[in-house]
Design a protein around this ligand. Structure first.
Ligand code: G6Q
Length: 540
C-alpha cells in the first residue's frame, strides 16, 4: 500500500499504516525470544541473515529478528514509498522540501557518462570539471611545483572548516594515512576556540604552509575567524599581503565572499547548493584529502561510493545493505525503544568514523516534525556514538553487556590490516579480530554463572560488517552505506533528513550575546544567563 506522496505530506500517520501495526503485533510476539533459541532453531541462521554489497559483508543474524521480521520491515519500506524516494533522489528531484533543493551527493560520484538534470542543467559535467581542477591542483602541490610566496614548496596543508566542511576529510585522512604522501602533513582547524588554530599551526613554517578554507556558505563565523587569524599570522611571518595568493585557496559555493576574503577565485573549488554540508566530503570539500592521498586514490574512493550507490538503487530491499541497516535501526528504535546506537570499528584508523557518523545521522534525522510540518508521533533518530575496539572494551562495554539499556551496535572489522605488525601467525591483527568476534558472540549468547553478578544475559543485538581491508574504495563504500541508511530511516519516519534548522539557529544565537561580553551594557536575558554574563565579565 502506498501511503504518501513522494515529496510531501504524509497521507496516513505512520503509526496507522497497516505494515507498522503488523510489526507492532509481531514485536509483541517475538520480543522475548532469545538469540540462543533463534540460533538453535535454525542451524543456517548465520548464513541466511547475511548479505553483501560491493566489498562489504553484512551479518545481521545476531539481532532479535526472524525471516518474518525482515519481510515485515521490507513491507514497511515499500508502504512508506522508499523505492519512489530513492528514484526521486537519484533523478535530481527537489526532495529537500524545506529548502527547495535537490539532494545529489550521488551526483558527486556519478560516472562521466551519466546525466542528472537539475533546473534544466546536467550537473555531471560540472562535477567532473571540478574533479579535474582539483586533481591538477593536488598534483602541483604534491610534486612541489606549487610554490609558497618565498619560493619554498608546500610541506603542510591546513584545512580550515567546521562541521560538514571538516569532519569528512579529517576522518578520512586518519583512515587513509597509509595511502598518503608522508612528506606532506595535513592538519585541521575547526573550533573557534583559539587553541585549535594555535595547535594546528604550532611548529609549522608558514612559508611552506597552504591553507584550504572550506566553507559552503563562506559566512560561517568559526571558519572565517580562524581563516582571518591564519591570514594575519601568515602576512606577519612573510611580511607581505601579496603572500595570501600563494598560501590560500578556497572550497565554496560563494564566489563573492571568497573574493571578499582576498582569495583569487581562480583558486576556488566549487560545489553546489544540492550538496548538503554533511554529505559534501566526496565534493571539493575533500580537496585536503585529495592533496594528501593523491587524485588516483581519491578516485578509488569515489568509485567505492558509486558501487554502493548502485547497490542501494538496484538491490532488492531484503538484500540491500543500507536498507537492511536502516530497517533494523527502525526495529530497535521504534519497537524496542533503543535510544542510542553504537558504531564500533575494530580499526584504529577509523577512530573518527563514529564522530563523522554522529553528524551524518543526528543532524539528518534529529527531527520532530514530518515533511508536511506536523509533529511526529513516533521516535526518530537515535543518539549515535562509539570509539574503536578494543579500547572501548576496557571502558563502557560493561554497560552494553550488563546494563539495563539495550544498545544496538555495528561492529566493523577487516580481514587484513594496513599495518601487519607481529609474527607470521597474524600478530596484532588476529588478536584484534579475536576480540571483535568474541564480543558479538558474547553479546548475543551471554554466559550463565552461579552468581548473578557474573551472569551475562546476552540477547544484545549487533550487526557485523566485515571487509577485506581498509582501502580508499572500502572507506567510500562504508560512508555511502551509512548515508543511505540514514536516508532509508528518514523516509520511513516521514521527515526531511536534509535540512538542519537547529544548526542554523546555533549560528545566530551567539551574535546577540557577543557584544554583551566585552561591554558594560545591562544584559537582557533570563536571570541565570544574565548572572553568568556578569560573572564572565568580572573574570575575563
Ligand atoms: C552540515 C551542517 C554544518 C555545516 C557547517 C559548516 O550539514 O549544515 O555542519 O557543514 O556549519 O558550514 P559551511 O560549510 O557553510 O561553513
Amino acid at each position: 500500500m502506498r501511503v504518501r506522496a513522494v515529496y510531501g505530506r504524509r497521507v496516513t500517520r505512520l503509526v496507522d499504516v497497516p505494515e507498522w501495526k503488523a510489526l507492532a503485533a509481531h514485536h509483541a510476539a517475538i520480543h522475548g525470544a532469545h538469540l540462543r533459541e533463534l540460533f538453535a532453531a535454525d542451524p543456517d541462521r548465520g548464513a541466511a541473515l547475511a548479505t553483501d554489497a560491493a566489498d562489504l559483508h553484512l551479518d545481521y543474524s545476531k539481532n532479535r529478528i526472524t525471516a518474518e521480521t525482515v519481510g515485515l520491515l521490507v513491507a514497511l519500506a515499500e508502504a512508506t514509498g522508499l523505492r519512489q524516494r530513492i528514484d526521486a533522489m537519484f533523478a535530481g528531484g527537489k526532495i529537500n522540501v524545506t529548502e527547495d533543493r535537490a539532494v545529489l551527493h550521488v551526483a558527486l560520484r556519478a560516472p562521466e557518462s551519466a546525466s542528472i538534470v537539475v533546473d534544466g542543467e546536467d550537473v555531471v559535467p560540472k562535477v567532473h570539471a571540478v574533479l579535474r581542477k582539483m586533481g591538477g591542483f593536488a598534483e602541483r602541490v604534491r610534486s612541489g611545483e606549487w610554490k609558497g610566496f618565498t619560493g619554498k614548496p608546500i610541506a603542510n596543508v591546513v584545512n580550515i572548516g567546521i562541521g560538514g566542511s571538516d569532519l569528512g576529510p579529517a576522518m578520512a585522512y586518519d583512515a587513509l594515512k597509509d595511502f598518503s604522501d608522508r612528506r606532506l602533513q595535513l592538519r585541521f582547524a575547526s573550533n573557534v576556540d583559539g587553541a585549535d588554530i594555535w595547535e594546528a599551526l604550532h611548529g609549522l613554517d608558514l612559508a611552506e604552509t597552504l591553507f584550504i578554507v572550506a566553507s559552503k556558505t563562506f559566512t560561517t563565523v568559526e571558519t572565517l575567524t580562524n581563516a582571518r587569524t591564519a591570514r594575519e599570522w601568515l602576512v606577519g611571518a612573510l611580511g607581505d599581503e601579496k603572500a595570501v595568493r600563494d598560501h590560500f585557496v578556497a572550497v565554496s559555493t560563494n564566489a563573492a565572499e571568497v573574493a571578499n576574503f582576498g582569495i583569487d577565485t581562480e583558486n576556488m573549488f566549487e560545489f553546489w547548493d544540492w550538496v548538503g554540508g554533511r554529505y559534501s566530503f566526496p565534493s571539493a570539500i575533500g580537496l585536503s584529502l585529495m592533496v594528501a592521498i593523491g587524485p588516483d586514490h581519491f578516485r578509488d574512493m569515489l568509485d567505492g561510493f558509486r558501487r554502493i550507490d548502485e547497490h542501494f538503487r538496484t538491490a532488492p530491499f531484503d538484500r540491500n545493505v543500507p536498507v537492511l541497516l536502516g530497517l533494523l535501526g527502525v526495529w530497535h528504535r521504534n519497537f524496542f525503544g533503543a535510544q542510542t546506537h553504537a558504531v564500533l570499528p575494530y580499526n584504529n584508523e577509523l577512530s573518527r568514523l563514529p564522530a563523522y557518523l554522529q553528524q551524518l545521522d543526528m543532524e539528518s534525522n534529529g527531527k520532530s516534525v514530518t515533511l508536511g510540518g506536523e509533529p511526529v508521533e513516533w521516535d526518530t533518530g537515535p543518539v549515535v556514538w562509539g570509539t574503536p575496539g578494543t579500547n572501548g572494551q576496557h571502558a563502557y562495554y560493561q554497560l552494553i553487556h550488563q546494563g539495563t539499556t539495550m544498545i544496538p551496535a555495528d561492529f566493523i572489522g577487516f580481514c587484513r590490516p594496513n599495518h601487519a605488525v607481529g609474527d607470521d601467525d597474524g600478530g596484532h591483527h588476529d588478536l584484534l579480530m579475536a576480540n571483535f568476534l568474541a564480543q558479538t558472540e558474547a553479546l548475543a549468547f551471554g554466559r550463565t554463572h552461579d552468581t548473578p553478578h557474573r551472569t551475562f544475559a546476552g540477547n544484545r543485538p549487533t550487526n557485523t560488517i566485515l571487509a577485506p581491508q581498509l582501502t580508499p574504495s572500502v572507506l567510500g563504500q562504508l560512508v555511502a552505506v551509512y548515508e543511505h541508511k540514514v536516508f532509508t530511516q528518514g523516509t520511513i519516519w516521514g521527515i526531511n533528513s536534509f535540512d538542519q534548522w537547529g544548526v542554523e539557529l546555533g549560528k545566530a544565537l551567539a551574535n546577540r550575546i557577543l557584544p554583551e561580553l566585552s561591554g558594560d551594557a545591562t544584559p537582557t536575558h533570563d536571570s541565570s544567563t544574565n548572572a553568568l554574563i556578569r560573572r564572565y565579565r568580572e573574570g575575563r
